[in-house]
Design a protein around this ligand. Structure first.
Ligand SMILES: Nc1ncnc2c1ncn2[C@@H]1O[C@H](COP(=O)(O)OP(=O)(O)OP(=O)(O)O)[C@@H](O)[C@H]1O
Ligand SMILES: [Mg+2]
Length: 345
């Protein structure tokens, strides 16, 4: 007597034999249907159709949680390798976006300084910069600054509007530091009489040299009207960011932004592009003066991963369950530095 408890019924010679899943599928699905389905899947895959239906492919990025900490595991898997890459820069990769006029901006962990003479990696930087930039651009949009940001797609990627980049780095300074201090001999940390705007021409081969507004107009990099829009936006961005960071005990010393044109027929307008993150800002702890930005990497101070995390944490962008011990402990870091000093650049 055979129990009918299985799916195996008449037609199978040995009813006591183990019923494998393959046999089950064979029983339920005619052979031709299976072959056709497999063929269709193979063709779709070759044509680059996304088979995974829930947004980005899984496994590109993983935040592994060792001891519950925000431990970022960079993977070398080429992101969305079927997408067309438009450009690979020092910190980001641009891919063709899903709609005309859009791009996908992928944030890498690569760090460079001194016009790429110094190269390295800051673990998890891309993830944090993606998140911080999303945060800042979203808030700037709320106060009426037009930006290229559309939405964040995943841990390292955001969808943006494609712009024609204006080849200028717009530098906004509140306090003397970096190249300004070097060039004019001001002590780092000295507040400036008023906010300063500087421009440098985006050209790696020339080392992004400083340029005057006259030169910008003379060589047609931006029109006078565009420069008025750019300087007005830069000042508003600065006012907003000074307040935003002051609220979390961070002093905004200076930062760099980029702008681009979007066209509507013969008309264009200027919007904020690229990113705003600790890569392009000088951020000092309001009380201790501790650097929480890429200067930690530039000057071999150490603790750059923790510093970037600390900025994100203070802005409320890290997981709620990250306990205080898992983020930048400034005093512990200072003690560590004293016991093993690194050469200063
Ligand atoms: N919305 C946008 N549309 C087109 N290009 C953009 C947009 N936003 C930023 N970019 C450009 O994408 C690139 C981003 O890559 P990344 O920041 O790594 O470049 P980079 O190595 O710093 O090079 P660069 O000196 O050109 O800035 C930059 O060249 C930036 O000007
Ligand atoms: Mg850049």
């Amino acid at each position: 007597m055979h129990s009918a408890g299985g799916v195996a019924t008449a037609g199978h010679a040995n009813k006591d034999a183990k019923i494998t899943i393959a046999a089950l599928v064979c029983t339920l699905v005619p052979l031709e249907v299976g072959v056709v389905a497999l063929l269709a899947l193979a063709i779709a895959f070759r044509a680059g159709v996304r088979i995974w239906p829930f947004g980005p492919r899984p496994g590109i990025e993983a935040i592994a949680s060792s001891a519950g900490a925000l431990a970022f595991q960079p993977t070398k898997v080429s992101p969305m390798s079927r997408r067309r890459q438009i450009y690979e820069g020092k910190a980001k990769i641009l891919y063709e976006g899903p709609e005309p006029g859009t791009l996908i901006q992928y944030f890498k962990d690569d760090a460079t300084a001194f016009n790429a003479q110094k190269k390295g990696t800051i673990n998890g930087k891309g993830v944090i910069n993606n998140r911080i930039s999303e945060h800042v651009f979203t808030r700037l949009a709320h106060i009426g600054i037009p930006t290229h940001f559309i939405r964040r797609l995943n841990m390292r990627e955001q969808l943006i509007r494609q712009v024609e980049i204006i080849p200028l780095e717009v530098i906004v300074r509140n306090v003397a530091a970096g190249s300004l201090s070097k060039r004019l001999g001001f002590e780092e940390g000295e507040p400036l009489p008023h906010t300063l705007l500087e421009y440098s021409y985006k050209d790696d081969a020339l080392g992004d040299p400083f340029v005057s507004e006259e030169e910008i107009a003379c060589f047609g990099w931006a029109s006078n009207e565009e420069m008025q829009d750019i300087s007005a936006m830069a000042i508003r961005i600065n006012d907003f960011m000074c307040g935003m960071f002051a609220a979390v005990d961070i002093r905004l010393i200076d930062f760099k932004v980029e702008f681009g044109r979007i066209w509507d027929g013969d008309y264009s307008r200027v919007i904020l592009a690229d990113e705003i993150s600790p890569d392009g800002c000088r951020l000092w702890d309001m009380t201790t003066g501790e650097k929480l930005d890429k200067d930690r990497f530039r000057r071999d101070l150490g603790g750059e991963e923790e510093a970037y995390q600390e900025v994100a944490r203070r802005l409320g962008l890290l997981q709620e369950d990250a306990s205080p011990g898992q983020v930048f402990d400034l005093s512990a870091h200072r003690t560590k530095l004293r016991s093993s000093p690194k050469p200063k650049k």
